[in-house]
Write a protein that binds this ligand. Structure first.
Ligand code: SAH
Length: 337
């Protein structure tokens, strides 16, 4: 078992505790295996000596996150709001689909340092990067509700800014029941992290790119990060990912009425993206303030233009809007359940 798979409780603390008490090295692995399979506490870990279980209970918190609130949407989506030990809010979402898929959406940071104009997370205060244990503990919490099989790093924060912890968490997900092929990391196009992701990651983890506009000019208006890392350079990295992995890159495109949803813009998007490399996810805008969402007619016309250009696309199903759990709505405000 790799080191990464020891994370659930605070790893450093667990290791320290075990070695101070001269426990065999495999104990940490046993704790992890239980947690990954949905255990709710040390008392269930029946292959650990009684006395050790009791000591762990007192000295090593079972999760690095404290659950503050859980909200349930009418569509079955669950949103959990946690607090880190130093008081930072973190949100994670469990999405349930009719076909049986269970997908966890986890946060990589508390808040987000970027300021995409349409996203509520960007409007809240940035806290800090999360540790790999704090990221995994979100998935483990949702795993305790029911078995899960997909993960997206699409919660609060920019995963490529916190790549080491994100990868450490992602690498441990198969133990939780989520294979790498069913794990997707989404980015605004943060080049330093993205380059490393392409160069260094050998696991078949999927890549999603939040594009949202077919030109630099419009993209910079919507996403100030574009001034720093222009489109052609980011797209070149996505192409390199495809060349090395032979896996399609998902492009996320949030549909904003009168801003980026015209048919000419769909054509421009199709000119920009190689249909062998990219697959577009059109995301209905979840209200966060300044924009209006595209009408369903406009979304259909946009999609039809992409279809004509043979650029594959789907319209993303909106989940959890009534509890502020949908894309772009995570801002550590209470949900209504
Ligand atoms: N920072 C990363 C990870 C977050 S993913 C990234 O941006 O890719 C969250 C996705 O939801 C992104 O594609 C984001 O652009 C999209 N999103 C943000 N605000 C939204 C909103 N109000 N409605 C719909 N989608 C939104």
């Amino acid at each position: 078992m790799s080191n990464a798979t020891l994370a659930n409780v605070d790893r450093a603390l667990l290791q320290q505790h075990l070695s101070e008490r001269c426990e065999p090295a495999y104990r940490a692995g046993q704790v992890w295996e239980w947690a990954a399979r949905g255990a709710t506490g040390y008392e269930q870990m029946t292959n650990l000596p009684d006395a050790l279980r009791r000591r762990l209970e007192q000295e090593v918190p079972f999760s690095t996150l404290e659950l503050v609130e859980e909200a349930r949407s009418s569509d079955g989506t669950v949103k959990a709001l946690f607090r880190t030990h130093d008081g930072h809010p973190v949100e994670a979402v469990l999405m349930r689909y009719r076909d049986g898929r269970r997908s966890v959406c986890v946060s990589s940071q508390s808040g987000c340092p970027l300021t995409c104009t349409f996203c509520a997370t960007g409007q809240m205060r940035f806290g800090r990067n999360l540790t790999s244990s704090e990221i995994l503990d979100q998935a483990l919490h949702l795993r305790r509700i029911e078995p899960v099989d997909h993960a997206v790093f699409m919660g609060m924060g920019e995963p490529m800014v916190n790549l080491d912890s994100v990868l450490e968490a992602a690498r441990a997900l198969p133990d939780v029941g989520i294979t790498w092929r069913r794990t997707t990391i989404s980015t605004v196009g943060w080049l330093p992290g993205l380059r490393r992701f392409v160069d260094e990651v050998e696991e078949p983890i999927r890549l999603a790119f939040s594009l949202h506009a077919p030109t630099d000019e419009l993209r910079s208006e919507l996403m100030p990060v574009n001034d720093r890392y222009p489109l052609d350079e980011v797209l070149a990295e996505c192409m390199r990912y495809f060349a090395l992995r032979r896996r399609k890159v998902f492009v996320e495109y949030v549909m904003l009425r009168g801003v980026n949803d015209r048919v000419e813009q769909a054509r421009a998007l199709a000119d920009l993206l190689d249909p062998k490399v990219f697959k577009v996810n059109l995301i209905p805008y979840n209200p966060t303030g300044i924009y209006d969402g595209s009408t369903s007619k406009a979304i259909a016309a946009f999609k039809a233009a992409l279809d004509r250009a043979r650029l594959p696309s789907t319209v993303r199903l909106t989940r959890g809007r009534d509890i502020q759990a949908a894309c772009g709505q995570l801002a550590a405000r209470p949900g209504r359940s």
